[in-house]
Design a protein around this ligand. Structure first.
Ligand code: GLU
Length: 509
Protein backbone atom coordinates (compact mmCIF):
# COMPACT_ATOMS: atom_id res chain seq x y z
CA UNK A 1 0.00 0.00 0.00
CA UNK A 2 1.27 3.46 -0.85
CA UNK A 3 2.41 5.58 2.06
CA UNK A 4 -0.60 7.61 3.12
CA UNK A 5 -0.54 11.17 4.25
CA UNK A 6 -0.95 11.68 7.97
CA UNK A 7 -2.63 8.50 9.04
CA UNK A 8 -4.60 9.08 12.23
CA UNK A 9 -6.79 6.30 13.56
CA UNK A 10 -8.77 5.97 16.74
CA UNK A 11 -10.28 3.48 19.10
CA UNK A 12 -13.35 5.04 20.68
CA UNK A 13 -14.69 2.87 23.48
CA UNK A 14 -17.62 3.79 25.65
CA UNK A 15 -16.74 3.12 29.28
CA UNK A 16 -19.66 0.80 29.82
CA UNK A 17 -17.87 -2.40 30.81
CA UNK A 18 -14.87 -4.64 30.23
CA UNK A 19 -13.04 -4.97 26.94
CA UNK A 20 -13.82 -8.20 25.18
CA UNK A 21 -12.04 -10.02 22.38
CA UNK A 22 -13.71 -7.96 19.66
CA UNK A 23 -12.76 -4.67 21.29
CA UNK A 24 -9.11 -5.61 21.60
CA UNK A 25 -9.06 -6.83 18.00
CA UNK A 26 -10.34 -3.41 16.92
CA UNK A 27 -7.51 -1.87 18.94
CA UNK A 28 -5.03 -4.22 17.31
CA UNK A 29 -6.06 -3.49 13.72
CA UNK A 30 -6.02 0.25 14.45
CA UNK A 31 -2.61 -0.06 16.03
CA UNK A 32 -1.10 -2.15 13.23
CA UNK A 33 -2.41 0.19 10.57
CA UNK A 34 -1.06 3.25 12.41
CA UNK A 35 2.39 1.68 12.91
CA UNK A 36 2.50 0.56 9.28
CA UNK A 37 1.92 4.06 8.01
CA UNK A 38 3.91 5.97 10.60
CA UNK A 39 0.61 7.29 11.80
CA UNK A 40 -0.89 8.10 15.17
CA UNK A 41 -3.19 5.90 17.20
CA UNK A 42 -5.67 7.83 19.32
CA UNK A 43 -7.85 6.60 22.15
CA UNK A 44 -10.98 8.63 22.71
CA UNK A 45 -13.37 7.93 25.56
CA UNK A 46 -16.96 8.17 24.33
CA UNK A 47 -18.85 8.82 27.53
CA UNK A 48 -21.72 10.97 26.33
CA UNK A 49 -24.31 8.47 27.47
CA UNK A 50 -23.98 9.12 31.19
CA UNK A 51 -26.71 6.64 32.02
CA UNK A 52 -24.51 3.79 30.73
CA UNK A 53 -21.32 4.99 32.40
CA UNK A 54 -19.71 2.30 34.53
CA UNK A 55 -17.14 3.32 37.13
CA UNK A 56 -13.79 1.64 36.67
CA UNK A 57 -14.36 0.82 33.00
CA UNK A 58 -12.04 3.52 31.73
CA UNK A 59 -9.18 2.50 33.97
CA UNK A 60 -9.78 -1.11 32.97
CA UNK A 61 -9.47 -0.23 29.27
CA UNK A 62 -6.11 1.46 29.82
CA UNK A 63 -4.85 -1.43 31.92
CA UNK A 64 -5.83 -3.87 29.19
CA UNK A 65 -4.02 -1.95 26.50
CA UNK A 66 -0.97 -1.79 28.70
CA UNK A 67 -1.09 -5.53 29.25
CA UNK A 68 -1.35 -6.35 25.55
CA UNK A 69 1.23 -3.71 24.68
CA UNK A 70 -1.00 -1.75 22.31
CA UNK A 71 -0.80 1.66 23.85
CA UNK A 72 -2.17 4.73 22.10
CA UNK A 73 -0.08 7.72 21.10
CA UNK A 74 -2.74 10.17 22.23
CA UNK A 75 -5.32 9.79 24.99
CA UNK A 76 -6.52 11.13 28.31
CA UNK A 77 -3.42 9.53 29.83
CA UNK A 78 -0.91 9.87 27.01
CA UNK A 79 -1.77 13.48 26.17
CA UNK A 80 -1.67 14.97 22.68
CA UNK A 81 -2.63 18.20 20.98
CA UNK A 82 -6.17 17.22 19.98
CA UNK A 83 -7.62 16.94 23.49
CA UNK A 84 -9.64 16.71 25.56
CA UNK A 85 -9.86 13.01 24.71
CA UNK A 86 -12.94 12.40 26.83
CA UNK A 87 -16.18 13.47 25.16
CA UNK A 88 -17.90 14.58 28.35
CA UNK A 89 -15.17 17.22 28.65
CA UNK A 90 -15.92 18.42 25.12
CA UNK A 91 -19.63 18.97 25.79
CA UNK A 92 -19.63 22.71 25.01
CA UNK A 93 -18.24 22.05 21.58
CA UNK A 94 -21.04 20.07 19.99
CA UNK A 95 -24.07 22.35 20.18
CA UNK A 96 -22.84 24.73 17.48
CA UNK A 97 -22.70 21.86 14.97
CA UNK A 98 -26.21 20.76 15.83
CA UNK A 99 -27.46 24.34 15.51
CA UNK A 100 -25.69 24.70 12.17
CA UNK A 101 -27.53 21.62 10.92
CA UNK A 102 -30.86 23.07 12.05
CA UNK A 103 -30.11 26.38 10.35
CA UNK A 104 -29.28 24.62 7.11
CA UNK A 105 -32.37 22.44 7.19
CA UNK A 106 -30.65 19.13 7.91
CA UNK A 107 -31.92 18.85 11.46
CA UNK A 108 -34.76 20.16 13.60
CA UNK A 109 -35.82 20.89 17.16
CA UNK A 110 -38.15 18.35 18.69
CA UNK A 111 -40.12 19.20 21.82
CA UNK A 112 -41.98 15.93 22.26
CA UNK A 113 -42.27 14.71 25.83
CA UNK A 114 -41.66 11.07 26.73
CA UNK A 115 -45.43 10.63 27.04
CA UNK A 116 -45.97 12.05 23.55
CA UNK A 117 -43.35 9.71 22.12
CA UNK A 118 -45.04 6.80 23.82
CA UNK A 119 -48.38 7.91 22.43
CA UNK A 120 -46.90 8.07 18.91
CA UNK A 121 -45.56 4.54 19.23
CA UNK A 122 -48.86 3.09 20.26
CA UNK A 123 -50.75 5.09 17.63
CA UNK A 124 -48.64 3.83 14.74
CA UNK A 125 -48.07 0.33 16.00
CA UNK A 126 -49.20 -2.40 13.62
CA UNK A 127 -48.37 -6.07 13.17
CA UNK A 128 -45.99 -5.15 10.35
CA UNK A 129 -44.46 -2.32 12.37
CA UNK A 130 -44.40 -3.34 16.02
CA UNK A 131 -42.04 -0.55 17.14
CA UNK A 132 -42.60 2.60 15.07
CA UNK A 133 -39.64 4.95 14.74
CA UNK A 134 -39.54 8.72 14.77
CA UNK A 135 -39.04 9.21 11.02
CA UNK A 136 -40.35 10.92 7.91
CA UNK A 137 -43.64 9.04 8.12
CA UNK A 138 -44.55 10.51 11.53
CA UNK A 139 -42.49 13.66 11.95
CA UNK A 140 -45.13 16.02 10.55
CA UNK A 141 -47.56 14.85 13.22
CA UNK A 142 -45.16 15.53 16.09
CA UNK A 143 -44.19 18.61 18.09
CA UNK A 144 -41.10 19.74 16.25
CA UNK A 145 -39.82 22.70 14.30
CA UNK A 146 -40.79 21.07 11.01
CA UNK A 147 -44.43 20.77 12.01
CA UNK A 148 -44.87 23.89 14.14
CA UNK A 149 -44.93 27.53 13.14
CA UNK A 150 -41.75 29.57 13.40
CA UNK A 151 -43.22 31.81 16.11
CA UNK A 152 -44.31 28.83 18.19
CA UNK A 153 -40.84 27.36 17.97
CA UNK A 154 -39.16 30.65 18.90
CA UNK A 155 -41.49 31.01 21.87
CA UNK A 156 -40.65 27.54 23.17
CA UNK A 157 -36.94 28.12 22.71
CA UNK A 158 -37.18 31.46 24.51
CA UNK A 159 -38.94 29.69 27.39
CA UNK A 160 -36.13 27.15 27.52
CA UNK A 161 -38.57 24.35 26.82
CA UNK A 162 -36.95 20.92 26.96
CA UNK A 163 -36.00 19.83 23.48
CA UNK A 164 -33.64 17.67 21.49
CA UNK A 165 -32.19 18.16 18.02
CA UNK A 166 -32.91 15.39 15.51
CA UNK A 167 -31.40 14.74 12.11
CA UNK A 168 -33.90 15.05 9.26
CA UNK A 169 -33.22 11.91 7.30
CA UNK A 170 -33.94 12.26 3.57
CA UNK A 171 -37.16 10.45 2.67
CA UNK A 172 -35.83 8.28 -0.10
CA UNK A 173 -32.18 8.56 -0.90
CA UNK A 174 -29.52 5.95 -1.38
CA UNK A 175 -26.45 6.66 0.72
CA UNK A 176 -23.34 4.88 -0.54
CA UNK A 177 -19.80 4.55 0.56
CA UNK A 178 -16.85 2.28 -0.12
CA UNK A 179 -15.85 0.25 2.89
CA UNK A 180 -12.20 -0.80 2.88
CA UNK A 181 -13.22 -4.35 3.75
CA UNK A 182 -16.72 -4.72 2.34
CA UNK A 183 -16.41 -2.66 -0.82
CA UNK A 184 -19.55 -0.82 -1.99
CA UNK A 185 -22.17 -0.50 0.73
CA UNK A 186 -25.49 1.26 0.29
CA UNK A 187 -28.45 2.16 2.47
CA UNK A 188 -31.93 3.42 1.82
CA UNK A 189 -32.53 6.43 4.06
CA UNK A 190 -36.28 5.75 4.08
CA UNK A 191 -35.79 3.06 6.72
CA UNK A 192 -33.47 5.04 8.96
CA UNK A 193 -35.04 7.03 11.80
CA UNK A 194 -34.47 10.69 12.65
CA UNK A 195 -31.82 10.04 15.27
CA UNK A 196 -31.36 12.42 18.14
CA UNK A 197 -28.11 14.36 17.72
CA UNK A 198 -28.23 16.61 20.75
CA UNK A 199 -30.02 15.56 23.90
CA UNK A 200 -32.17 17.70 26.17
CA UNK A 201 -29.29 18.03 28.66
CA UNK A 202 -27.08 19.49 25.94
CA UNK A 203 -25.00 16.35 25.62
CA UNK A 204 -24.49 15.12 22.08
CA UNK A 205 -25.44 11.56 21.22
CA UNK A 206 -22.84 9.17 19.91
CA UNK A 207 -23.77 9.95 16.28
CA UNK A 208 -23.05 13.66 16.47
CA UNK A 209 -20.06 13.35 18.79
CA UNK A 210 -18.34 10.66 16.75
CA UNK A 211 -18.51 12.68 13.54
CA UNK A 212 -17.51 16.00 15.10
CA UNK A 213 -14.61 14.43 16.96
CA UNK A 214 -13.36 12.35 14.06
CA UNK A 215 -13.27 15.64 12.17
CA UNK A 216 -11.63 17.73 14.89
CA UNK A 217 -9.11 15.00 15.68
CA UNK A 218 -8.31 14.68 11.98
CA UNK A 219 -9.06 10.98 11.84
CA UNK A 220 -8.12 9.54 8.45
CA UNK A 221 -9.38 5.94 8.77
CA UNK A 222 -12.04 4.42 11.00
CA UNK A 223 -11.81 0.79 12.05
CA UNK A 224 -14.75 -0.43 14.05
CA UNK A 225 -16.90 -3.49 14.53
CA UNK A 226 -19.55 -4.54 12.05
CA UNK A 227 -22.22 -3.77 14.64
CA UNK A 228 -21.72 -0.08 13.76
CA UNK A 229 -22.49 -0.55 10.09
CA UNK A 230 -26.22 0.35 10.47
CA UNK A 231 -25.13 3.73 11.90
CA UNK A 232 -22.92 4.47 8.92
CA UNK A 233 -25.59 6.23 6.77
CA UNK A 234 -26.26 8.71 9.58
CA UNK A 235 -22.53 9.37 9.96
CA UNK A 236 -22.01 9.75 6.23
CA UNK A 237 -24.82 12.27 5.93
CA UNK A 238 -23.47 14.21 8.90
CA UNK A 239 -20.05 14.31 7.30
CA UNK A 240 -21.57 15.53 4.08
CA UNK A 241 -23.66 18.22 5.79
CA UNK A 242 -21.01 19.46 8.21
CA UNK A 243 -17.59 19.03 6.72
CA UNK A 244 -18.00 17.88 3.12
CA UNK A 245 -17.89 14.32 1.77
CA UNK A 246 -14.28 14.70 0.60
CA UNK A 247 -13.13 15.31 4.17
CA UNK A 248 -14.62 12.05 5.36
CA UNK A 249 -12.33 9.33 6.73
CA UNK A 250 -12.21 5.93 5.07
CA UNK A 251 -14.23 3.27 6.81
CA UNK A 252 -13.47 -0.32 7.65
CA UNK A 253 -16.12 -2.38 9.41
CA UNK A 254 -14.47 -5.44 10.95
CA UNK A 255 -16.14 -8.85 10.82
CA UNK A 256 -18.02 -10.10 13.84
CA UNK A 257 -16.32 -12.59 16.11
CA UNK A 258 -18.54 -15.64 16.29
CA UNK A 259 -19.00 -18.03 19.16
CA UNK A 260 -20.29 -21.58 18.84
CA UNK A 261 -23.81 -20.22 18.18
CA UNK A 262 -23.41 -17.01 16.23
CA UNK A 263 -22.13 -13.74 17.64
CA UNK A 264 -19.75 -14.30 20.54
CA UNK A 265 -21.37 -13.26 23.78
CA UNK A 266 -20.47 -13.09 27.43
CA UNK A 267 -22.90 -15.94 27.91
CA UNK A 268 -20.95 -18.17 25.51
CA UNK A 269 -17.95 -17.68 27.76
CA UNK A 270 -19.90 -18.73 30.84
CA UNK A 271 -21.52 -21.64 29.03
CA UNK A 272 -18.49 -23.10 27.30
CA UNK A 273 -15.90 -22.20 29.90
CA UNK A 274 -13.70 -19.76 28.05
CA UNK A 275 -12.89 -16.14 28.76
CA UNK A 276 -14.35 -13.42 26.53
CA UNK A 277 -12.75 -10.45 28.25
CA UNK A 278 -9.10 -9.45 27.93
CA UNK A 279 -8.71 -9.24 31.67
CA UNK A 280 -10.92 -10.20 34.58
CA UNK A 281 -13.90 -7.88 34.73
CA UNK A 282 -16.05 -7.46 37.77
CA UNK A 283 -19.31 -5.72 37.05
CA UNK A 284 -19.57 -3.10 39.81
CA UNK A 285 -23.37 -3.23 39.66
CA UNK A 286 -23.70 -6.95 40.30
CA UNK A 287 -20.28 -7.85 41.69
CA UNK A 288 -20.22 -10.62 39.11
CA UNK A 289 -16.75 -11.64 37.94
CA UNK A 290 -16.11 -12.62 34.34
CA UNK A 291 -12.81 -14.34 33.68
CA UNK A 292 -10.26 -12.76 31.39
CA UNK A 293 -7.49 -14.07 29.15
CA UNK A 294 -4.75 -12.58 31.29
CA UNK A 295 -5.79 -14.31 34.49
CA UNK A 296 -6.61 -17.50 32.64
CA UNK A 297 -2.90 -17.68 31.83
CA UNK A 298 -2.55 -16.26 28.34
CA UNK A 299 0.56 -14.44 27.21
CA UNK A 300 -0.04 -11.03 25.65
CA UNK A 301 2.03 -12.18 22.66
CA UNK A 302 -0.31 -15.11 22.09
CA UNK A 303 -3.43 -13.06 22.71
CA UNK A 304 -2.45 -10.53 20.04
CA UNK A 305 -1.48 -13.29 17.67
CA UNK A 306 -4.77 -15.14 17.96
CA UNK A 307 -6.77 -11.92 17.69
CA UNK A 308 -4.93 -10.90 14.53
CA UNK A 309 -5.99 -14.15 12.91
CA UNK A 310 -9.64 -13.70 13.82
CA UNK A 311 -10.49 -12.08 10.51
CA UNK A 312 -7.12 -11.88 8.80
CA UNK A 313 -4.36 -14.11 7.42
CA UNK A 314 -1.31 -13.34 5.34
CA UNK A 315 -2.24 -15.78 2.58
CA UNK A 316 0.32 -18.39 3.64
CA UNK A 317 0.18 -21.24 6.13
CA UNK A 318 1.94 -19.16 8.75
CA UNK A 319 0.02 -18.81 11.98
CA UNK A 320 2.55 -17.58 14.51
CA UNK A 321 3.26 -13.87 14.19
CA UNK A 322 5.00 -11.51 16.56
CA UNK A 323 3.72 -7.97 16.92
CA UNK A 324 6.56 -6.68 14.73
CA UNK A 325 5.76 -9.24 12.04
CA UNK A 326 2.11 -8.25 12.17
CA UNK A 327 3.05 -4.60 11.70
CA UNK A 328 5.01 -5.66 8.66
CA UNK A 329 2.52 -8.11 7.15
CA UNK A 330 -0.96 -6.96 8.18
CA UNK A 331 -3.02 -5.76 5.24
CA UNK A 332 -6.62 -4.67 5.02
CA UNK A 333 -6.92 -6.41 1.67
CA UNK A 334 -6.64 -9.70 3.52
CA UNK A 335 -9.21 -8.95 6.20
CA UNK A 336 -12.34 -10.88 5.29
CA UNK A 337 -15.87 -9.62 5.68
CA UNK A 338 -17.43 -12.87 6.89
CA UNK A 339 -17.65 -13.55 10.62
CA UNK A 340 -14.57 -15.02 12.27
CA UNK A 341 -15.08 -18.10 14.38
CA UNK A 342 -13.46 -18.11 17.80
CA UNK A 343 -12.20 -21.53 18.87
CA UNK A 344 -10.93 -21.75 22.43
CA UNK A 345 -8.88 -24.90 21.81
CA UNK A 346 -7.10 -23.08 19.01
CA UNK A 347 -6.57 -20.09 21.29
CA UNK A 348 -4.80 -22.38 23.76
CA UNK A 349 -2.73 -23.82 20.95
CA UNK A 350 -1.46 -20.30 20.18
CA UNK A 351 -0.51 -19.82 23.80
CA UNK A 352 1.36 -23.11 23.95
CA UNK A 353 3.29 -22.20 20.82
CA UNK A 354 4.23 -18.86 22.36
CA UNK A 355 5.35 -20.40 25.63
CA UNK A 356 7.60 -22.71 23.63
CA UNK A 357 8.83 -19.85 21.47
CA UNK A 358 9.63 -17.34 24.20
CA UNK A 359 12.99 -17.27 25.91
CA UNK A 360 13.03 -18.01 29.61
CA UNK A 361 13.57 -14.30 30.24
CA UNK A 362 10.24 -13.54 28.59
CA UNK A 363 8.40 -15.83 31.01
CA UNK A 364 10.24 -15.24 34.29
CA UNK A 365 8.16 -12.45 35.80
CA UNK A 366 4.81 -13.86 34.75
CA UNK A 367 5.64 -17.31 36.12
CA UNK A 368 6.82 -15.78 39.39
CA UNK A 369 3.40 -14.21 39.66
CA UNK A 370 1.64 -17.49 38.93
CA UNK A 371 3.74 -19.24 41.58
CA UNK A 372 3.14 -16.35 43.97
CA UNK A 373 -0.59 -16.87 43.55
CA UNK A 374 -0.18 -20.39 44.87
CA UNK A 375 1.89 -19.22 47.79
CA UNK A 376 5.34 -19.94 46.37
CA UNK A 377 7.99 -17.27 46.61
CA UNK A 378 10.95 -17.69 44.27
CA UNK A 379 14.25 -16.68 45.80
CA UNK A 380 16.66 -18.64 43.62
CA UNK A 381 16.53 -16.94 40.21
CA UNK A 382 19.00 -19.35 38.63
CA UNK A 383 16.88 -22.30 39.69
CA UNK A 384 13.81 -20.60 38.22
CA UNK A 385 15.54 -20.18 34.87
CA UNK A 386 16.62 -23.81 34.84
CA UNK A 387 13.16 -24.99 35.81
CA UNK A 388 11.51 -22.85 33.13
CA UNK A 389 13.81 -24.21 30.46
CA UNK A 390 12.98 -27.74 31.58
CA UNK A 391 9.19 -27.51 31.91
CA UNK A 392 7.93 -24.79 29.56
CA UNK A 393 7.11 -27.17 26.72
CA UNK A 394 4.64 -28.87 29.07
CA UNK A 395 2.66 -25.72 29.81
CA UNK A 396 -0.22 -24.59 27.62
CA UNK A 397 -1.33 -21.76 29.87
CA UNK A 398 0.85 -19.76 32.25
CA UNK A 399 -1.26 -21.08 35.11
CA UNK A 400 0.02 -24.58 34.27
CA UNK A 401 3.38 -23.52 35.72
CA UNK A 402 1.87 -23.70 39.19
CA UNK A 403 1.75 -27.48 38.87
CA UNK A 404 4.67 -28.00 36.51
CA UNK A 405 7.15 -25.72 38.28
CA UNK A 406 5.79 -25.30 41.79
CA UNK A 407 7.23 -28.50 43.27
CA UNK A 408 10.78 -27.39 42.53
CA UNK A 409 10.36 -24.61 45.06
CA UNK A 410 8.10 -26.26 47.60
CA UNK A 411 8.08 -29.90 48.69
CA UNK A 412 4.81 -31.66 47.92
CA UNK A 413 2.18 -31.17 50.59
CA UNK A 414 0.18 -34.19 49.49
CA UNK A 415 1.02 -37.29 47.51
CA UNK A 416 -0.76 -39.50 45.03
CA UNK A 417 -0.67 -42.39 47.47
CA UNK A 418 -2.87 -44.62 45.29
CA UNK A 419 -0.05 -44.72 42.76
CA UNK A 420 2.37 -46.16 45.30
CA UNK A 421 0.77 -47.77 48.30
CA UNK A 422 -1.03 -50.78 46.79
CA UNK A 423 2.22 -52.08 45.31
CA UNK A 424 4.57 -51.06 48.05
CA UNK A 425 6.60 -53.83 49.72
CA UNK A 426 9.68 -54.58 51.80
CA UNK A 427 11.91 -54.89 48.74
CA UNK A 428 11.01 -51.43 47.57
CA UNK A 429 11.47 -49.96 51.01
CA UNK A 430 14.90 -51.60 51.19
CA UNK A 431 15.79 -50.36 47.74
CA UNK A 432 15.18 -46.73 48.62
CA UNK A 433 17.11 -47.03 51.86
CA UNK A 434 20.02 -48.36 49.85
CA UNK A 435 19.61 -45.58 47.34
CA UNK A 436 19.94 -43.06 50.15
CA UNK A 437 23.13 -44.78 51.27
CA UNK A 438 24.48 -44.63 47.74
CA UNK A 439 23.68 -40.94 47.54
CA UNK A 440 25.38 -40.15 50.82
CA UNK A 441 28.99 -39.96 49.61
CA UNK A 442 28.19 -38.45 46.23
CA UNK A 443 29.80 -35.09 45.38
CA UNK A 444 28.62 -34.64 41.84
CA UNK A 445 24.89 -34.57 41.14
CA UNK A 446 24.14 -34.80 37.45
CA UNK A 447 20.91 -36.22 35.98
CA UNK A 448 22.60 -38.77 33.69
CA UNK A 449 24.83 -40.05 36.50
CA UNK A 450 21.83 -40.33 38.79
CA UNK A 451 19.98 -42.27 36.15
CA UNK A 452 22.86 -44.68 35.56
CA UNK A 453 23.31 -45.26 39.28
CA UNK A 454 19.59 -45.85 39.78
CA UNK A 455 19.31 -48.28 36.90
CA UNK A 456 22.37 -50.26 37.99
CA UNK A 457 20.94 -50.62 41.45
CA UNK A 458 17.56 -51.65 40.08
CA UNK A 459 19.08 -54.36 37.88
CA UNK A 460 20.74 -55.88 40.93
CA UNK A 461 17.28 -56.00 42.58
CA UNK A 462 15.55 -57.79 39.68
CA UNK A 463 12.61 -55.40 39.78
CA UNK A 464 11.35 -53.50 36.78
CA UNK A 465 12.77 -49.99 36.59
CA UNK A 466 9.33 -48.44 36.18
CA UNK A 467 8.18 -50.08 39.42
CA UNK A 468 10.71 -47.98 41.28
CA UNK A 469 10.85 -44.90 39.12
CA UNK A 470 7.19 -44.07 39.66
CA UNK A 471 7.52 -44.05 43.47
CA UNK A 472 10.62 -41.87 43.13
CA UNK A 473 8.60 -39.42 41.07
CA UNK A 474 5.80 -39.36 43.62
CA UNK A 475 8.35 -38.72 46.37
CA UNK A 476 9.86 -35.75 44.57
CA UNK A 477 6.83 -34.31 42.78
CA UNK A 478 3.75 -35.52 44.65
CA UNK A 479 1.98 -36.79 41.53
CA UNK A 480 2.38 -38.50 38.19
CA UNK A 481 3.54 -35.48 36.23
CA UNK A 482 6.57 -33.40 35.40
CA UNK A 483 9.66 -33.89 33.25
CA UNK A 484 12.20 -36.74 33.58
CA UNK A 485 12.57 -37.74 37.20
CA UNK A 486 16.39 -37.54 37.17
CA UNK A 487 16.22 -34.09 35.60
CA UNK A 488 14.02 -33.14 38.51
CA UNK A 489 16.39 -34.66 41.06
CA UNK A 490 19.27 -32.89 39.33
CA UNK A 491 17.65 -29.49 39.75
CA UNK A 492 16.43 -30.16 43.28
CA UNK A 493 19.99 -30.96 44.34
CA UNK A 494 21.25 -33.69 46.59
CA UNK A 495 20.11 -32.35 49.91
CA UNK A 496 16.52 -31.67 48.88
CA UNK A 497 16.21 -34.96 46.95
CA UNK A 498 17.42 -36.95 49.96
CA UNK A 499 15.09 -35.02 52.23
CA UNK A 500 12.05 -35.72 50.09
CA UNK A 501 12.81 -39.45 49.75
CA UNK A 502 13.32 -39.77 53.49
CA UNK A 503 10.16 -37.90 54.32
CA UNK A 504 8.12 -40.13 52.05
CA UNK A 505 9.62 -43.33 53.44
CA UNK A 506 8.77 -42.15 56.95
CA UNK A 507 5.25 -41.45 55.81
CA UNK A 508 4.87 -44.97 54.46
CA UNK A 509 6.07 -46.60 57.66
N1 GLU B 1 -18.29 4.48 21.14
C1 GLU B 1 -18.45 3.49 20.15
C2 GLU B 1 -18.19 2.14 20.83
O1 GLU B 1 -18.46 2.03 21.97
C3 GLU B 1 -17.50 3.75 19.01
C4 GLU B 1 -17.92 3.18 17.69
C5 GLU B 1 -17.05 3.75 16.59
O2 GLU B 1 -15.88 3.36 16.55
O3 GLU B 1 -17.52 4.59 15.85
O4 GLU B 1 -17.72 1.20 20.27
Amino acid sequence: MAELNKVRVRFAPSPTGGLHLGGVRTVLYNYLFARQHNGRFILRIEDTDQSRYVPGAEEYIFNCLKWVGLEPDESVIHGGSFGPYRQSERKALYRQYAEQLVKEGYAYYAFDTPAELEEMRSRYKTDQNPSPQYDHTVRSAMRNSLAMSESEVQKLLAENARHVIRIKMPEAETVRFTDMIRGEVSFNTAVVDDKVLLKADGMPTYHLAVVVDDHLMEISHVFRGEEWLPSAPVHILLWRYLFGAEAMPQWAHLPLILGPNGKLSKRDGAKYGFPVFAMNWTDPATGELTEGFKEKGFLPEAFINLLALLGWNDGSEQEIFSKDELVEKFSLERVHSGGAKFDYEKAKWFNHEWIKKLQVSGLREQVKQVLGNSGIRVTDEQLLDNVLALVKERCTLLTDFAEQAGFFFKAPGKYDMDAVKPKWNETKQAFFLKLLQAYNPKDSWKPDELETLFKEMVTAQKIKVGELMLPLRIMLVGGKFGPGVFQIAGLLGKEETVLRIRKFLDLLQ
